[in-house]
Design a protein around this ligand. Structure first.
Ligand code: HEM
Length: 500
């Protein structure tokens, strides 16, 4: 009995003598910012302990009641949530406020401190090192992978016949195949055998990350380790890290033995340049930079695996669904594609074709406005931040730029719920504050993969709409949207496809 009492008194002492005064002091500093009333220790946990499909409407209600900047507490941690361009610019363009918030901690077991989660000098050096990996020439090389995987993808779609099906998982398997090839140079054949151990582990770990994020009592490492979800997470990590390590070792061995092929021969016996995966570029960098350890290479490879497939799959799925609900815009996309490909269904997509897909690009942008793959980005303030109207945000608080709501500001996007790709025509977009539309975030920590993503989306979407007329099998108002790690539909997005 002695130990539990001691532990409980220690915990209460910590809460009342250290945490509570700190919370009161921050509350005082945040008094200029409105927000829902909160309880002393639980904060707004009661408001937020709703089913995950309700979280978005709770946050939306707070924005309606308190305006585009409000405060709330998650337990003892103060949050300021923003959905206006001026505040978004202040935080995102800052060269100093670049530390990610605690919300990203649950990704660290998988991604370590890679580009997405790291901070300070480590992040700065790595960003400099990885930026050339997204050079135009390298992306051009990846076009072959996009086309190859799309060929398999369209066969999968053809096999659906007249069936109503959920497009989300089908698209995810394709983007998973693409990212495995481009990040690691390894085929996992996810589209052909979605029951592979690696594919299943990737799916499951994304769910477990969200599961932990929504349960504050599992944020503590000790509690997480004890939980059954934590144990399952460890099993997934073993598979995922084991796979990446194996690929790294294989590649290193090829280099050591001089068996690394720099060229490959295609079916017509032409020698073509072997494409480099991101991993090859990292291993190249390792030869000159001795601080880049195998552990670092693994972190970055896993970061690309995570950031580079779920985000694009959500974007392609939402765009397909929104076009299936809006036949007039779908017809315009198809007209554009017919002009580019002159009705040829087999020809592969080239860089020139991509540049000509202007209307499709407007549709992708409008879909990312309504359903940005990353619903919010979070920062932990490491120093004071003064906003344009003189309000000062103190260090130690968490700030979320809630992209989902920022993109629905009726002053910037009139009739915000309407799908209207013309908002992104050159004339309509001119003069708009660039921070009112940030699906790839903005400033120093923006998405390093945005050009890659746009190319991939265009290749996938053009391969769908060149060949099929897509019809929605459900209404948008019946789709529950979940804003957790990515913006996803709770029960999928159902459509039918008919050959054109
Ligand atoms: C539609 C597709 C995508 C969207 C909407 C998207 C969006 C974003 C956003 C909003 C961020 C900032 C995250 C934050 O601050 O919390 C980000 C960061 C990042 N993204 Fe993307 N992303 C996409 C595709 C990709 C792809 C294809 C890759 C890699 C191949 C990638 C790699 C990264 C990395 C490494 C970061 C961290 C950058 C840093 O902190 O320096 N993303 N992305």
């Amino acid at each position: 009995m002695f130990w539990p009492i001691l532990l409980l008194s220690g915990l209460l002492g910590y809460l009342f003598l250290i945490k509570l005064p700190k919370r009161l002091s921050l509350l005082n500093k945040l008094k200029a910012i409105p927000g829902p009333p909160s309880l002393p220790i639980l904060g707004n946990a009661v408001d937020l302990s709703v089913h995950k499909r309700e979280v978005l409407s709770v946050i939306g209600r707070f924005f309606q009641e308190y305006g585009p900047r409000f405060k709330m507490f998650v337990g003892m941690q103060p949050y300021v949530i923003l959905a206006n361009a001026a505040d978004a610019e202040k935080i995102l363009s800052s060269q100093t406020q670049i530390e990610k918030s605690g919300d990203y901690d649950s990704l660290q077991e998988w991604l370590g401190l890679g580009l997405l989660t790291s901070k300070g000098e480590k992040w700065f050096q790595r960003r400099k090192q990885l930026t050339p990996a997204f050079h135009f020439k390298i992306l051009e090389d990846f076009l072959r992978v996009f086309n190859e995987q799309c060929n398999i993808f369209t066969k999968v779609l053809e096999r659906k016949g007249k069936l109503v099906f959920d497009i989300f998982p089908v698209i995810t398997l394709c983007t998973l195949d693409i990212i495995c090839e481009t990040a690691m140079g390894k085929s996992v054949f996810a589209q052909q055998k979605s029951d592979s151990e690696y594919v299943k582990a990737i799916y499951r770990i994304s769910e477990l990350v969200q599961y932990r994020q929504l349960r504050p009592w599992l944020h503590n490492d000790f509690m997480w380790r004890l939980s059954s979800a934590g144990k399952e997470n460890r099993k997934c990590l073993k598979i995922l890290h084991g796979f990446t390590d194996m690929v790294i070792q294989e590649k290193k061995m090829e280099r050591k033995n001089g068996t690394r092929k720099s060229d490959e021969t295609n079916e017509d016996n032409f020698v073509t340049k072997k494409r480099q995966a991101f991993l090859d570029l990292l291993l190249d960098a390792q030869q000159t930079d001795t601080t880049l350890t195998d552990q670092n290479v693994r972190e970055e490879t896993n970061t690309f695996m995570f950031e580079g497939h779920d985000t694009t799959s959500a974007a392609v799925s939402w765009t397909t669904f929104l076009l299936s609900l809006n036949p007039e815009h779908q017809a315009k996309v198809q007209q554009e594609l017919d002009e580019i490909f002159a009705g040829d269904l087999e020809r592969e997509v080239t860089m020139t074709d991509l540049a000509r897909m202007k209307y499709l690009e407007c549709c992708i942008k409008e879909s990312l406005r309504l359903f940005p793959s990353a619903p919010f980005v979070g920062r932990k303030l490491n120093m004071e931040l003064k906003l344009d109207d003189g309000v000062v945000l103190p260090p130690g608080i968490t700030v979320w730029v809630y992209i989902f709501f920022l993109h629905r500001d009726p002053k910037v996007f009139p009739d915000p719920e309407k799908f209207d790709p013309n908002r992104f025509s050159q004339e309509d977009a001119e003069g708009r504050n660039p921070f009112s539309y940030v699906p790839f975030s903005a400033g120093p920590r923006n998405c390093i993969g945005q050009k890659f993503a746009m190319m991939e989306e265009k290749v996938l979407l053009s391969s769908i709409f060149r060949r099929f007329r897509v019809k929605a099998a459900e209404r948008l108002q019946d789709v529950n949207v979940l804003c957790d790690v990515i913006t996803r539909p709770e029960m999928g997005l159902h459509v039918t496809m008919k050959k054109r």
